[in-house]
Structure formats: C-alpha cells, structure tokens
Design a protein around this ligand. Structure first.
Ligand code: RIB
Length: 309
C-alpha cells in the first residue's frame, strides 16, 4: 500500500476529536407521536458517541488511533474509557470532569433504523483551550477526524491547529452552519443526504451529484456523500468527475454507528495514501458490516470480517 509522502512522521494513523456518549437503547415496534406513549424492549446501555465510535471502529480495523474527548467522572465515563482501551485506542487525550458524561437516548425500530436525542454533557465542555493544550497529540496524527457533537468553536480550533501535512475529515453531524475556514479545511467533508440538504438549503437539487457540486463549491477540497444501502458518491476538487461507490448488499439489523464506522475507515485509508474512491470502497464495506449487528461499537468489524464480506 502507498504511504503518505512528505508529511510529518506520525505516531497515530488517526486522531479522533469528538464526543463520547453512553447510548441508552430501547427497541420499539414504532416511534411514539407527540403526546403518545409506547412500550419498548428492555433498556441496553452501550458505549457510543460519534467520536468514540469512530475511534473504536478505526482501532478495530488495525489503525493506530487516539481519541481527544471529554467524559464525566462517573460510571458512563468509565464505561467509555474501558471500551476505548479494550479496542486499543490511545486514551491519553480523554479528559475527565466538568459535567456528567454525554448521553444518547436511542430508539431502534424493526427495520434497524434509529432515532437519537443527545444530551451533550461533558462533550459541550471540550473547549478550544483543550485543543490548544493537546497540540503535541495533534502533531502525532496523519489524519484528524471531527464531528459536531462538540462545540463548533472547538471544531474550528481543531481545523486551525492541524500540523502541516495532516488531513482533516469532518462529518457535520448533527448538522450546523459551518464557518468558511472549517469548510475550506475539510478533505473530505462527509455527509449523508440529510446533512447535505441542511448545508445546501433550498436549491440543493435532488441527486447526490447535484449535492456534491453544491458542496464542493462551498470550499472543501473533497466531498463524500453516504447513500446508505446504495453506497457513496465521492467528489474531489483536484480532478475527475464524481464517482459512485456501490455497497455490498446486507440485511440491516441496526444502523446505529454505521456512519461513524464508514467515516473512520475512510479517514484511516486516506491516511495510508489511498485515493478517495479506493478509501470509500473500503469504507462502504465497513459500514455494511456494521449494520448487520446490534449496537454501535459492538457492531464494528475487524479487518478480517471486512475481507470476508
Ligand atoms: O452515530 C451514532 C451515535 O450518535 C450514537 O452512538 C450516539 O451516541 C450518537 O452520538
């Protein structure tokens, strides 16, 4: 496999800067409407959060991975640190205290689709100052991956703090208006349909190709649009037409965290020197494997499981 040329020596293939949540998951036959109560399954508590999920997904695939995040000094925080350590993630950047650990309230329906409400807790206390204080950790990474379950100021500080040659991958989830300096640093910006439409607003168009055209015009060097069972579409401003990347067909049990697994795999493979379409081709397989099992982190595949898909 091709290696990165000309970038600083790295100790981590991937540094994830992001959230860590305890996922409180209940299966439901259908979601309640306003004012309605439905009965669900027994409650299950899983380690989750888009940042923590990405870190575990990458480490499980074999990437040297670190996590920069904040958790509370509580049982959920200990659950999250333990799951990271078990996966082999470097947790030296996981800060403790300031608020209770973030919590995600998740319902999963019989088709495997989920609905999520996040209470950010300690994630909201991961500050730009925490990023500046972690400069030595940022300098160790080939690729830095961020999402939007931490404050936008912290994401912007991360984009400003990248070492020369370090690539930024951003999944703007949950979506929020993005400053130009953040958009310009993305390589790629990774969105699903919902996030693409949010960022583009009216006039987004109705095809992934039109979303890719609209998003690349906003400044990112590249864009990846995830299309669920239909795979992904990649667009690189350095040349070539947008490319569709198909996904293997699988039976979905629970889609929670599949997007995080996709983005982590993509970021890792880009750091190894693959081009966008190659890296996305690997990442769709990782995402497909992840939907075949329940939970977020528990569903993420090893490299051997991806090869067998
Ligand atoms: O992307 C899935 C994740 O979103 C869950 O693990 C939950 O914590 C929310 O952050």
């Amino acid at each position: 496999m091709q290696k990165n040329e000309g970038s600083a020596p790295s100790r981590h293939d991937l540094l994830v800067v992001g959230s860590a949540n305890a996922d409180l998951v209940v299966g439901v036959d259908r979601r309640p409407g306003p004012g309605e109560t439905v009965l669900g399954s027994d409650l299950v508590v899983h380690p989750g959060g888009k940042g923590a999920n990405q870190a575990v997904a990458a480490a499980r695939l074999g990437a040297r991975t670190a996590l920069l995040a904040r958790v509370g000094d509580d049982a959920h925080g200990r659950l999250l640190r333990a799951s990271q350590q078990e996966a082999g993630v470097d947790t030296g950047g996981v800060l403790v205290g300031g608020a209770p650990t973030g919590v995600a309230l998740i319902t999963v329906d019989p088709s495997g689709d989920n609905s999520i409400v996040v209470s950010p807790g300690a994630n909201a206390r991961l500050t730009p100052g925490d990023i500046r204080a972690a400069a030595p950790l940022l300098a160790t990474a080939r690729v830095v991956s961020v999402q939007l379950e931490i404050p936008l100021d912290t994401v912007a500080e991360t984009a400003r703090s990248l070492a020369p040659g370090t690539r930024l991958v951003l999944n703007p989830s949950p979506p929020a208006p993005l400053p130009d300096e953040v958009l310009a640093a993305c390589d790629p910006l990774v969105v699903n349909e919902h996030e693409a439409r949010f960022i583009l607003g009216e006039g987004a168009g109705s095809t992934p190709e039109s979303w890719a055209r609209g998003l690349t015009a906003l400044g990112p060097r590249s864009v990846v649009i995830t299309l669920g069972a239909d795979g992904a579409l990649v667009a690189d401003t350095r040349g070539g037409d947008p490319v569709r990347v198909p996904s293997p067909r699988v039976d979905a049990v629970d889609t929670t965290g599949a997007g995080d697994a996709f983005t982590a795999a993509l970021a890792w493979r880009l750091g190894l020197g693959e081009d966008l379409a190659e890296a996305a081709g690997y990442a769709v397989r990782v995402g497909a494997a992840a939907v075949t099992k329940e939970g977020a982190q528990a569903s993420f595949p090893t490299a051997e499981e991806v090869a067998a898909l």
